[in-house]
Design a binder for this molecule. Structure first.
Ligand SMILES: Nc1ncnc2c1ncn2[C@@H]1O[C@H](COP(=O)(O)OP(=O)(O)OP(=O)(O)O)[C@@H](O)[C@H]1O
Length: 611
């Protein structure tokens, strides 16, 4: 993996590192090529053609002027017929050159769009393979963010690199011509250009480092922009009167941003002006030199225009190429992020000789001294957990907020692997089973399930996306979770769009959303069902009905329920009481009440609330 430049101070991104970043370009072009081979070829071919145009135009111009001068001075080399032919040729070249430029723009913009789409898809594909744990890491998140920006930003890089190649070839043509006439002119040209080049590269590296160091703030700015103006946040922002608070934070951050950026931009502009004056001086020195040669008869008038034109174009080309080099190299450095992102490999993967998920489960799941620590924390979310989930057993997890209930089910569904200890399924480590198979056999609905801004139908079908065409299955799942009655309320039934973002969607109540989400769990014929507070937002009657059905539907299947409602938890075959990540008590409702421990205490507390 490329080294992490977060650790390198702003000043220290060197020209060398910039140059070495160019090694990313072949990879970049591989991606471009994969986006569209035909358009890549077309774009290159057009550019090669176009790159010969400047020197051709200048040379034909020189021939025209020499003919005009010859005809004016009655020189025998003058030929009126040839002169008009040359004018026609120049005219043709001018038209061709304009047309080529336009075609190049078109090819670039089409290729750019395809590239952006292709890389966006690659990012999504790769992100899908990564671990949940990696998403929770802020360094990773910054990488993902920057990689995402690359998909759009890199289309600029694409045309810049292509233009660079084109200009490079143009320059080679012009240089050859210039050297043929007078090699000294090249020296003047270089003297004028080199300081500008060094200056530009210095400021680009500063710019890059600055913008990199601002990534977390930029993310926060985006977040504040979202908080301050979005349908999802409007309710709380109004109720709590948060607008001024959010705006003030935004202003502080954006002012600091602006301050840092403008300082650098001003410095860059001052130095840029100075270097450009040097460049102009170089040009005029060369121009004077050529005029002198023409006046003394060493050079023809046509050659004067050709040389002056070539010199001007060369110096303009070099300047463009140099400033573009900084953009290209900056883009190439940014490509590091893109490449780094693709180099991040998931830890939770399908094992080589993966075992098929047992069907049916024979002895169940066993947690053996399982402890888990989230990334970047030293607190144990679960500690020395040992228990068994038998086949067909309904297990309820109860405990106060932060006790580790959700963590436990995330471990069970292998969203994380234990930091210590192991989880066995039918006596074999869970890690040895095929990951897709495992996930397919587990129906999990988390408390923060997604409210997809999609149709009612799709919101249920996501529970088993392979069966999205299976209308009967979707409807059955809806019936099982009692979401069907809801769908029938809308004119478009299952095609009703949910959420307010698109297509006149309707917003559901918390409990209604929960029924829809619950239906997802019934989409799969999963052997283990895990419901993390599935009924928190349901009213008492709905909860009762949902559980009646749940018990019927999951007969013979294992289930883990997390609930803060003891009326729900008591329906389970066994209840595990978690506290601070450890297992405090375990038993049936009656046993635990009898034991008079934490469960009995919490149960009585809740019961008191109903009296
Ligand atoms: N993604 C995370 N990164 C770091 N720490 C986390 C993360 N998720 C949970 N924790 C911590 O792990 C501990 C257990 O959290 P967990 O979500 O498992 O509790 P819970 O029992 O499900 O709580 P609740 O009843 O509030 O849903 C808590 O201290 C929590 O702060």
């Amino acid at each position: 993996m490329a080294k992490n430049r977060n650790t390198i101070p702003i000043e220290n991104i060197s020209f060398k590192e910039r140059l070495s970043a160019l090694k990313n370009l072949p990879n970049f072009f591989k991606l471009v090529w994969k986006s569209s081979p035909s358009k890549t070829i077309i774009s290159f071919a057009l550019r090669i053609f176009r790159s010969a145009m400047p020197v051709a135009l200048l040379y034909v111009g020189k021939l025209i002027i020499d003919q005009v001068v010859a005809l004016n001075t009655n020189d025998p080399s003058g030929n009126l017929h040839l002169l008009w032919k040359l004018v026609a040729l120049e005219f043709g070249l001018a038209i061709l050159s304009g047309a080529l430029s336009r075609m190049i723009n078109l090819a670039d913009s089409l290729l750019g769009d395809l590239f952006s789409n292709y890389t966006s898809i690659q990012i999504m594909k790769h992100a899908a393979t990564l671990d949940l744990d990696q998403f929770e890491d802020s360094v990773f998140y910054d990488k993902l963010e920057r990689a995402r920006q690359q998909t759009v930003g890199r289309t600029v890089l694409l045309s810049q690199v292509m233009s660079q190649v084109q200009d490079f070839i143009s320059m080679a043509f012009l240089l050859t011509a210039l050297i043929a006439f007078n090699p000294w002119l090249i020296l003047l040209l270089l003297l004028a250009i080199i300081p500008s080049f060094l200056g530009e590269s210095y400021f680009t590296s500063k710019n890059y480092a600055l913008s990199r160091s601002q990534t977390p703030e930029r993310r926060e700015l985006d977040y504040l922009r979202y908080l301050g103006a979005s349908d999802e946040t409007a309710k709380e922002v109004k109720i709590f009167g948060l607008a001024d608070f959010i705006i003030a934070r935004f202003r502080t951050l954006s002012d600091k941003f602006y301050g840092d950026n403008s300082k650098l931009a001003i410095k860059r502009s001052i130095w840029g002006t100075f270097f450009s004056i040097l460049g102009t001086m170089g040009y005029y020195a060369a121009y004077g030199f050529i005029i002198y040669d023409t006046v003394t008869g060493k050079t023809s008038v046509g050659s004067l225009t050709f040389l002056a034109g070539s010199f001007r174009q060369l110096s303009a080309l070099m300047e463009t190429m140099l400033s573009r080099f900084t953009i290209v190299s900056q883009g190439a450095i940014y490509l590091n992020d893109f490449i780094d992102f693709f180099e991040i490999k998931p830890k939770i993967t399908r094992p080589e000789k993966a075992l098929a998920f047992p069907n049916p489960i024979k002895t169940g799941f066993v947690f053996e001294n399982v402890s888990f620590q989230y990334r970047n924390t030293d607190k144990w979310a679960t500690r020395h957990l040992s228990f068994q989930l038998n086949p067909g057993e309904k297990l309820a997890l109860v405990g106060e907020n932060g006790a580790g209930k959700t963590t436990l089910v995330k471990l069970l569904s292998r969203l994380y692997d234990p930091t210590e200890g192991q989880i066995l399924l039918d006596g074999i480590d869970l890690k040895r089973y095929d990951l897709d198979d495992l996930r397919h056999n587990m129906g999990v609905i988390f408390q923060d399930y997604i409210r997809y801004q999609m149709t009612f139908y799709q919101n249920i079908a996501v529970g088993n996306i392979k069966e999205i065409e299976n209308e009967a299955l979707v409807k059955r799942a809806a019936e099982e979770s009692l979401a069907d009655q809801l769908a029938l309320k809308y004119p478009d039934n299952y095609q009703q769009w949910l959420g307010r973002k698109f297509n006149d969607g309707v917003e559901l109540s918390g409990g209604e959303w929960q029924k829809v989400a619950l239906a997802r769990a019934y989409m799969k014929d999963a052997q283990v069902l895990i419901l993390d507070e599935p009924t928190a937002a349901l009213d008492a009657r709905a909860e009762y009905e949902v559980f009646q059905r749940f018990a019927q539907l999951t007969k013979g299947k294992s289930a883990v329920l997390i609930s803060h409602r003891f009326s729900t938890a008591r329906l389970a075959d066994r209840i595990l009481v978690l506290d601070n990540g450890t297992l405090l008590e375990s038993g049936t409702h009656e046993e635990l009440i009898k034991a008079g421990g934490r469960y009995a205490e919490l149960f009585n507390l809740q019961a008191m609330g109903y009296q």
